[in-house]
Design a protein around this ligand. Structure first.
Ligand code: MG
Length: 279
């Protein structure tokens, strides 16, 4: 199970490099493969799936799609491929916590509050509230500047949410992916996606798991507190790997190390993990 941005892509890139794409297609021929991303389904289809499917023959494509699962909106919605209907369908959805705040009201408020740094996505996501930086469409941007803006947006979000309720953390999680910020239901974060994935595979594919679903490998790049993989890589479920160059924050999370003990980060870390699984 992989995060998408800066995990299967290089930092600041939109699409996975060719070597990793090929390796992921290879892996999908052997086992179920999940992507867990802040993106909504359409964006994953455009930037992820379309690239992964480029040049793959129809037999492999069939197996790939059978084994492909998408956990979009930071884990709030799970999709599986329905071979008969030939399209993806939701197999679970966690609703926005209306009792905290009306989602549209929050979007409007944030839109005004973050305007120096970024924008709220309009009508793209179904459950979560997502913001991107003002540098999103700027071609010659510096990645570091994007990360700085994203951090500023994150701070503003916390301030606004605190004003709405001192107990906002009982209802939502706020995650900073480095390229944007996502606010989603607390019970629909990426840790829940791992559990739902394992539960689904147990029921429908007869795969045996322990309570922690430890034989699901999980990789992401934002495990720091406030990062959008904080819950994904917390070690509550799965066996987590950190493909960022940052420190390891809990007893479960491991870095990915190359032959000389060097840190392998972003798509290189993911490529290493996929190749290990293929051996
Ligand atoms: Mg990421």
């Amino acid at each position: 199970m992989f995060d998408f941005d800066d995990t299967v892509t290089e930092k600041g890139q939109y699409e996975p490099p060719l070597r990793l794409r090929n390796a992921l297609v290879e892996l999908s021929q052997k086992m179920p493969l999940g992507f867990c991303t802040g993106r909504q389904w359409e964006s994953f289809e455009r930037h992820g799936l379309a690239e992964l499917l480029k040049g793959i023959d129809s037999e492999r494509k069939k197996t790939f799609l059978e084994n492909l699962f998408l956990f979009a909106e930071n884990g709030a919605i799970g999709y599986e491929f329905d071979a008969e209907a030939r399209k993806f369908g939701e197999f679970y959805r966690v609703e926005w916590p209306k009792e905290l705040v009306d989602r549209e009201y929050l979007q409007k408020t944030l839109s005004e509050a973050i305007k120096d740094y970024g924008q709220v996505y309009d009508n793209a996501h179904r459950v979560v509230v997502v913001m991107r930086t003002n540098l999103h469409d700027v071609v010659d941007r510096k990645v570091e500047d994007v990360y700085d803006l994203s951090e500023k947006i994150y701070e503003v979000c916390l301030k606004i949410l605190r004003k709405i309720s001192a107990d906002f953390e009982e209802f939502v999680h706020v995650g900073n992916s480095g390229i944007g910020v996502i606010i989603g239901p607390k019970d629909g974060d990426k840790d829940e996606a791992i559990r739902r994935f394992g539960e689904y595979l147990g029921k429908k594919r007869n795969i045996k798991f322990d309570d922690g679903f430890r034989n699901i490998l999980v990789a992401g790049d934002s495990p720091q507190p406030g990062g959008n993989d904080y819950y994904f890589l917390s070690g509550k479920y799965g066996t987590p790997f950190n493909v960022s160059d940052g420190d390891v924050y809990n007893g479960f999370l491991k870095p990915v190390l190359g032959a000389k003990g060097e840190r392998l980060v972003h798509s290189k870390g993911s490529l290493y993990l996929v190749k290990k699984l293929l051996k």
